[in-house]
Design a protein around this ligand. Structure first.
Ligand SMILES: Nc1ncnc2c1ncn2[C@@H]1O[C@H](COP(=O)(O)OP(=O)(O)OP(=O)(O)O)[C@@H](O)[C@H]1O
Ligand SMILES: [Mg+2]
Length: 485
């Protein structure tokens, strides 16, 4: 790609960007949220047309006017926002848009898909409807779909953001096989450890501009971060909350479906309370259960000194949740930023049954500035925002309600280093404003650096709560794997 420029109303997403890809290499594309990574690969895959610049494939000048043309030329793409048809089955999804094989009979398609999933080692039923799968399984279906196309170039936009460690290991084995066959891969990820494990070369973008390209050996983690954020991260994990001994929240003997057994804990004002545990340990379900997304019961729930009965409308009572799957539970992707923020706060702008859009605009403008959400206007659709900016929209709409306790579930998943620091700052600030913060995460470094106490889950049960000097990665891992310390 030579001198690619692409603008959207109000944003220059790419400015004169050069990018090259060799045969049989894994080329990592890095950059903060909003750097232009997805836009670049959408140009390669025929979703967007550049304003200017050219693309050359095997010596031939090419630009695709739609995704089908790109697929025909051997370019398969796993998009960041999974483009699957919820009402169709797994095997039907694998075949949608697959020109080469769509003339197969239904039976043949099913068999083909079953064999493919089996070869890849993905434990998914080909006849299952997409809507019955979880995010991780959907991601695997998208990967399988891309691999079924026999492409020469496979583009993976954050394929690991939603899958487990085990599945990531499997994906990397698959990538290594593809390389041996001479297939080229563009790999986007915010996890630098992964990049160092799998990439041959890297290209870094920042604010739509090419910052550098080179062999992975030429870079260190620190250097890449510096290139991505354009400043040195002095403080990756800011911590300035002041704990009090005044309790804001307590739950006793919480049970959530088959996921959580008999868990009790309390949170004090100003405290950042961590919950750690492996995938499937029940750590996420604690929040989902308390909030009412999953069937749950408890013996006692005390909020700011008052006993509360279980209820559906938790946010109204002061219990907030920022879910892991912000695209499904947190945001209405087709609505604009303003409507997403106003939705749970509509009381605030309604008078005599009429919504004041003027007031809405003012409030949302204020929120967008407060959380430094990068938008061209508050009328921008949420689905066109980068991951980190979507997360900030979720936080601002929930925090506007002034909750007493907030459950943050994997709040930094899929967002870049710069946005992570901003989230940590928000967490500290919240705690100091007297909100009890429950920080649920799979990333141990942030749990260890940020939290005042850490409850560790193992197979649905609490293995204990670590305090102060006891909080380190080793202790957490021991408890998380069922070993007492
Ligand atoms: N369809 C669109 N309409 C308007 N603006 C857009 C659109 N797509 C992207 N943008 C803007 O272009 C810029 C680059 O976005 P892009 O999605 O390429 O970032 P990214 O590097 O993939 O970020 P992330 O890591 O969060 O996925 C952002 O400012 C984004 O808001
Ligand atoms: Mg992206």
């Amino acid at each position: 790609m030579k001198k690619i420029t692409k603008t959207f109303p109000g944003v220059v997403a790419l400015k004169n960007v050069d990018f090259d890809l060799y045969e049989g290499e894994v080329h990592a594309l890095l950059g903060e949220n909003g750097a232009g990574k997805s836009t670049l690969i959408k140009i390669i895959s025929g979703v967007h047309k550049p304003d200017s610049g050219e693309m050359i494939i095997n010596g031939k000048k090419t630009l695709f006017s739609n995704p089908t043309e790109a697929i025909k030329e051997g370019i398969a793409t796993i998009h960041q926002e999974l483009n699957l048809f919820e009402e169709l089955t797994v095997f039907e999804n694998i075949f949608v848009g697959n020109i080469e094989k769509f003339t197969f009979s239904k039976f043949k398609m099913l068999k083909f898909a079953e064999r493919l999933l089996n070869e890849l080692g993905f434990p998914i039923r080909a006849e299952e409807k997409i809507k019955n799968l979880n995010t991780s399984e959907k991601q695997l279906v998208s990967i399988a779909k891309a691999l079924s196309l026999n492409a020469k170039i496979i583009i993976m936009d954050e394929p690991t953001a939603a899958i487990t460690e085990h599945e990531t290991i499997r994906l990397f084995e698959i990538i290594k096989d593809l390389k041996k066959k001479g297939i080229s891969i563009i790999f986007i990820s915010h996890r630098l450890e992964e990049v160092f494990e799998i990439a041959d070369r890297v290209t870094v973008l920042r604010d739509g501009v090419l910052i550098g390209t080179g062999k992975i050996e030429e870079f260190s983690k620190e250097k890449l971060i510096k290139m991505m954020v354009g400043r040195k991260i002095e403080e990756m994990y800011p911590k300035f909350n002041v704990i009090t001994n005044k309790e804001i929240f307590r739950i006793e003997n919480l049970m959530v479906g088959n996921y959580v057994r008999d868990v009790s804990f309390n949170v004090n004002r100003g405290e950042i309370f961590g919950i750690a545990g492996l995938v499937g340990s029940g750590k996420l379900e604690i929040a989902l259960g308390i909030y009412g997304y999953l069937r749950s019961k408890w013996e006692k729930l005390v909020l700011d000194g008052k006993n509360y009965l279980p209820s559906k409308n938790m946010l109204k009572y002061g219990i907030a949740l920022v879910p892991e799957d912000r695209k499904q539970m947190g945001l209405v992707l087709d609505l604009d930023v303003m409507k997403n923020i106003i939705l749970p706060n509509v009381d605030e702008v309604t008078k005599f049954g009429k919504i004041s859009w003027k007031k809405s605009k003012m409030i949302v403008q204020e929120e967008v500035e407060k959380y430094a959400v990068k938008v061209s206007s508050i009328k921008q659709k949420v689905k066109t925002l980068s991951g980190g900016n979507q997360q900030k929209v979720v936080l601002s709409k929930v925090l506007r309600k002034r909750p007493k306790i907030i459950f943050l579930v994997e709040p930094t998943r899929g967002i870049d280093v710069g946005a992570k620091v901003e989230v940590y700052n928000i967490v500290n600030r919240l705690a100091n404003e007297g909100v009890g913060v429950v920080f649920i995460s799979s990333e141990l470094p942030e749990i260890v650096s940020l939290c005042d106490r850490v409850l560790v889950m193992h197979r649905g049960r609490s293995m204990g709560i670590l305090e102060k000097d006891e909080i380190n990665q080793e202790n957490i891992l021991k408890l998380a794997t069922g070993v007492d310390i």
